[in-house]
Design a protein around this ligand. Structure first.
Ligand SMILES: Nc1ncnc2c1ncn2[C@@H]1O[C@H](COP(=O)(O)OP(=O)(O)OP(=O)(O)O)[C@@H](O)[C@H]1O
Ligand SMILES: [Mg+2]
Length: 338
């Protein structure tokens, strides 16, 4: 069955159960051996990734990002819901799926430390049915692009953490996978290496029509790299939108007015198109924040009316600016409400 998506995750749930050993009760002498605690790592997660698209998954520690990556690569089996890769059910066609997927998991444990980077790539290439000249050529090209050329024949255990991370990325790409899963790929990498990886990911996605799922804590990586972003919090996808739309979700609509005195906000809130008006202070200077409707004409009328109303209150307007939002603001907005 052909599909317009390379990755399809449909209403996936995963709960982990952990056993907590309890101590003996001093008074009664009774012993409770354990208590089972449930942790819902994925709650109705659903999103798709098209060929040529980079999808970013952001979320605080323990949100469920790695669990989601593992469910797409078949390393964790969901309790319910379905995951399809290239039209194949991950649960039923695991081996076929593994052939199509390249994965970098967080940490540096992917590679075999007593072997060299070249031996690692040869080993993993063989496992994935890449052999002979193609394998050798690809291994050298990858080591070259990622900056590990001079470490080609040195045991992995002698590499730095960042170098091991780079090798993990090469291993993920050795079989030229259709779907690339990158769990925090740039953690611990220097600026140049991080840049190279972002460029490589962009190139292979755009030019070769791959689908990429990337998780990161680095907002710049997400903002620069991803076409769409899902924000996950406590196992739930709280937002899933094209990157620009996600940024617009909270930007565009808040305007700041620097005034000479505090304004009366109640009359401002009756202006059509004004959602909220509130006084704040910016290092002692009165600052009015007005949130307006996003629709262009409504917003324009609301802003004119606000300026008029401030003039009518006899206030001196020093400056007016649109508040610039970053992905970090959006992220904090969506994940800090308890
Ligand atoms: N094998 C496991 N057994 C029990 N609980 C687990 C297991 N794997 C993950 N969890 C729990 O599931 C939740 C989600 O974990 P996950 O590793 O997916 O988070 P994450 O978003 O990748 O976090 P981080 O940003 O710290 O990498 C956590 O609360 C974690 O403790
Ligand atoms: Mg993780």
């Amino acid at each position: 069955m052909s599909s317009e998506y390379l990755v399809e995750i449909d209403h996936v749930n995963k709960t982990f159960f952990t056993r907590h050993v309890l101590q003996r009760d001093e008074d009664t002498g009774k012993r409770h051996f354990y208590r089972v605690k449930a942790c819902q790592a994925a709650h109705n997660i659903a999103f798709n990734i098209r060929p040529g698209e980079i999808f970013g998954l952001l979320g605080p520690n323990g949100a469920g990002k790695t669990t989601t990556v593992k469910m797409v690569s078949g390393l964790v089996r969901p309790d319910s819901g379905t995951v399809y890769v290239d039209g194949l059910d991950v649960d039923k066609k695991r081996l076929d799926v593994l052939e199509r997927v390249g994965v970098v998991l967080e940490g540096t444990r992917t590679s075999i430390w007593p072997l060299t980077p070249l031996e690692n790539l040869t080993y993993y290439g063989n496992l994935k049915n890449v052999k002979g000249r193609t394998l050798r050529k690809r291994a050298h090209e990858l080591l070259d692009f990622i900056g590990l050329k001079e470490k080609t024949n040195i045991q992995v255990r002698r590499l730095s953490r960042g170098q091991k991370q780079k090798l993990a990325i090469c291993i993920a790409l050795i079989a030229d996978p259709t779907v690339v899963l990158l769990d925090e790929p740039t953690t611990g990498l220097d600026v140049q290496s991080s840049r190279n990886i972002k460029d490589k990911v962009t190139e292979m996605t755009r030019e070769h029509g791959k689908s990429v799922l990337v998780t990161t804590h680095d907002m710049h990586v997400a903002q620069e790299l991803c076409d769409r972003i899902g924000i996950i919090n406590k196992g739930e996808l709280v937002a899933c939108k094209p990157t620009e739309e996600l940024l617009e979700l909270f930007s565009d609509q808040v305007f700041e007015f620097h005034l000479d005195r505090r304004a009366m906000v109640e009359p401002l809130e009756t202006i059509p198109g004004v959602r909220e008006a509130a006084m704040d202070d910016d290092d002692g200077a009165p600052l009015l924040r007005v949130t307006v409707e996003p629709e262009a004409e409504v917003r324009s009328a609301a802003l004119y009316a606000t300026v008029d109303a401030l003039g009518a209150q006899g206030l001196l307007l020093h400056s007016m600016a649109q508040r610039q939002q970053t992905l970090e603001d959006v992220f904090l907005n969506l994940t800090t409400t308890d």
